[in-house]
Design a protein around this ligand. Structure first.
Ligand SMILES: NC(=O)c1ccc[n+]([C@@H]2O[C@H](COP(=O)([O-])OP(=O)(O)OC[C@H]3O[C@@H](n4cnc5c(N)ncnc54)[C@H](OP(=O)(O)O)[C@@H]3O)[C@@H](O)[C@H]2O)c1
Length: 282
């Protein structure tokens, strides 16, 4: 009797694993690897790609304290979390090696460090912070891109997407200049992505460089008229209140960017794009 029941269970299991829907979904779902996915825009990318059924490799520096990401992972079995500090080159290489056999359709370079505004102005420059910002935003992003470019080239979609910033556009720089290190790190990153678009073009890899716009990852929308505003953000809050700047939510910005990534063309590779698809000046 027990043998019959066991045989029946094995038969049912075989039927389940052989079901074409299940097998083909996992096999055909595209894969995205995201850096810095524990909060802000990266977290929202992880959430939306997971909901779209993609295989999501959501990386972050400290998975143990990434509560919101852990919550998404508990809802979506197609999302896995990996520990990755993009400035730890040995760890980047080790992760790339561990996934050597995996084709990655979209590599999403999201992680970045903004740093304190007051420490990035002429007369009060914190050089340790400046080095750190460049180490994360420029060097770390380049290292991740280099380590995973073969995984992307082996995929169907072949897309490297990097979040740049209009703060790194020399042409769009307004007075008073601030965030010196962050701006410089993004300007250099833009140039590196242009280089990479040229270097990988003959392998069919598309390099998308996207400015997300001003996205409310710091809770600006919740600041009331009488609430204290952190010194670093007084200028941006002033511009928001006067209507000069417009804020988007992470949900809206990421939705826009996923549409751009989905429809990215060879002509847009190595071009600096806004989240709404407009071309931005360098
Ligand atoms: N929000 C905007 O308005 C805006 C505008 C223009 C461009 N962008 C760009 O969009 C991207 C996301 O912005 P955001 O506002 O979501 O930023 P955010 O809220 O400050 O989040 C930054 C993310 O990067 C991670 N990170 C920092 N250093 C790292 C490292 N060494 N290794 C791995 N991860 C690291 C952070 O992880 P921890 O939590 O561990 O620090 C965090 O997950 C950035 O590239 C940013 O420059 C944003």
């Amino acid at each position: 009797m027990t043998t019959i029941i066991r045989a029946l269970i094995i038969f049912l299991l075989c039927l389940l694993t052989a079901a074409p829907g299940l097998a083909s979904d996992a096999a055909t779902a595209p894969t995205v690897l995201i850096t810095g996915s524990n909060r802000g825009i990266g977290l929202e990318f992880a959430r939306q790609y997971a909901a779209l059924g993609w295989q999501v490799i959501a990386t972050c520096r400290t998975p143990d304290s990434a509560d919101q990401l852990q919550h998404i992972a508990s809802q979506y079995p197609n999302l896995s979390i990996e520990k990755l500090d993009i400035t730890d080159h040995a760890a980047v290489d080790a992760l790339a090696e561990r996934y050597a056999e995996l084709a990655i359709d979209v590599l999403l370079n999201n992680a970045a460090l903004l740093g304190s505004r007051g420490k990035q102005v002429l007369g009060n420059m914190d050089y340790e912070l400046l080095r750190r910002i460049i180490e994360v935003n420029t060097v770390g992003t380049l290292k991740v891109t280099e380590a995973f470019s073969a995984h992307v080239a082996a995929s169907r979609q072949k897309k490297i997407i990097t979040l740049g910033s209009r703060a790194g556009s020399i042409e769009m720089l307004n007075s008073p200049p601030d965030f010196y290190a962050y701006r410089a790190s993004k300007t250099a990153l833009h140039l590196l992505m242009k280089n990479i678009s040229l270097a990988l073009a003959d392998q069919g890899v598309l390099v998308g460089l996207i400015n997300p716009g001003l996205v409310d990852t710091r809770g600006f929308a919740k600041i009331g008229p009488d609430d204290p505003v952190p010194e670093d953000f007084k200028e941006v809050v002033r511009l928001l209140r006067s209507g000069v700047l417009k804020l988007t939510s992470p949900e809206e910005a990421v939705g826009q960017m996923i549409a751009i990534i989905e429809n990215l063309t060879a002509e847009q590779s190595g071009v600096f794009l806004n989240a709404d698809g407009q071309v931005l000046p360098w």
